[in-house]
Write a protein that binds this ligand. Structure first.
Ligand code: 5AD
Length: 334
């Protein structure tokens, strides 16, 4: 498939509804060849919504008036126990940049998880840290790290973030994580304020070049109480086209059907899988804290127990012809 930048520009801007069918067919073919008709599950544990950062789009930014919580290590272990019994073999510890979670506490936690569940991968998604900190976490046994680059365009980055945050530091973090042996996840929001076809082309070029093991993309959704609260949400259609394009550009990538897509469209995650996604991340956080991890409005959170939402998801995936194996679902190296 020709994916020159002119062609990408056309694929991202045309109103022709058949482009998604064509992109999806090619994306599915490539994914099925490498991973089969399998969707990997990751147990998402939202460990804290405290954050020292003030990203303009985010509902748990420092200035947001939301109620704050953090889980105690023993609560996090309990989430893993529940998840492991349900068949999860990857646990994703996600949170704001919360200084309470020092390297020491996190390393102890990662060590505990790896000791109790040696067959499982631990993914961290805790924002920017120093190289030394990443090195210690890796040493403690963490396998993967998710840190969306948010945008590969410097000026666009400055529009989405306060002056205290730097594009260069974000990119440095990704380079350090790679260098330390993590499987790395990058990614961006679709339809974030200030995003253009040109910034998207830069995101795609970055992905094609850096080749992150994972790429998380989902539509931007406004969050109350943030500077972008009145901005329009991103397009589901364009998100799906981008998922397919990313699969075609980087066939081995682990590509989640994100919660943000499921939030904007009732079958958003199924459509994402049909566009080439192969990961879903059901929530293992305790029921009462899920609503507090409100990075955007109306975040999909069934209110049902982990077991129930997993069954729901499994039925949805079976209905479109995919299984969800009990497996770590690592990046397949050539
Ligand atoms: N809409 C969609 N995604 C968001 N994120 C943060 N705020 C929003 C929002 N309002 C994404 C960012 C971040 C990830 C954890 O969630 O890309 O990296």
């Amino acid at each position: 498939m020709n994916l020159s930048s002119n062609e990408l520009r056309r694929l991202l801007t045309t109103s022709d509804p058949t482009v998604l069918d064509e992109l999806g067919a090619e994306a599915r073919r490539l994914r099925d060849e490498i991973y089969g008709r399998r969707v990997f599950i990751r147990g998402l544990i939202e460990i804290s919504n405290h954050c020292r950062n003030n990203c303009l789009y985010c509902g748990i930014r420092r200035d947001a008036a939301c109620r704050r919580y953090r889980l105690a290590p023993e609560q996090i272990m309990d989430c893993c126990r529940t998840g492991h019994a349900l068949g999860f073999r990857t646990f994703v510890l996600q949170g704001g940049e919360d200084a309470w979670f020092t390297d020491e506490k996190l390393c102890a936690l990662v060590g505990d998880i790896k000791r109790e569940f040696p067959d499982s991968a631990v993914t961290l998604s805790l924002g920017e840290r120093g190289r030394e900190s990443f090195a210690r976490l890796r040493e403690a046994g963490a396998d993967r790290y998710l840190l969306r680059h948010e945008t590969a365009d410097r000026d666009h980055y400055a529009l989405l973030h306060p002056a205290a945050m730097s594009f260069d530091h974000r990119m440095q973090c990704l380079a350090d994580l790679r260098d330390l042996g993590f499987q790395v996840g990058a990614g961006f929001m679709v339809g974030s304020p200030g995003q253009t076809v040109d910034t998207l082309l830069k995101d795609l070029a970055f992905i094609a070049d850096f080749r992150p093991e994972m790429v998380g993309i989902g539509p931007f959704i406004p969050a109350d109480g943030t500077p972008f609260e009145h901005e329009p949400a991103g397009s589901v259609e364009i998100t799906l086209r981008l998922l397919a394009i990313i699969r075609i550009l980087h066939p081995r990538v682990l590509l989640p059907a994100t919660t943000a897509l499921g939030t904007l469209h009732p079958t958003g995650r199924e459509r994402a899988v049909e566009a080439g996604a192969n990961v879903v991340m059901p929530n293992l956080s305790p029921q009462d804290t899920r609503a507090l991890y409100a990075i955007y409005n109306n975040k999909l959170s069934t209110g049902s127990e982990a077991a129930e939402s997993l069954t729901d998801l499994r039925l949805r995936m079976q209905a479109i012809g995919y299984e969800m194996p009990v497996a770590r679902g690592d990046f397949q190296i050539e």
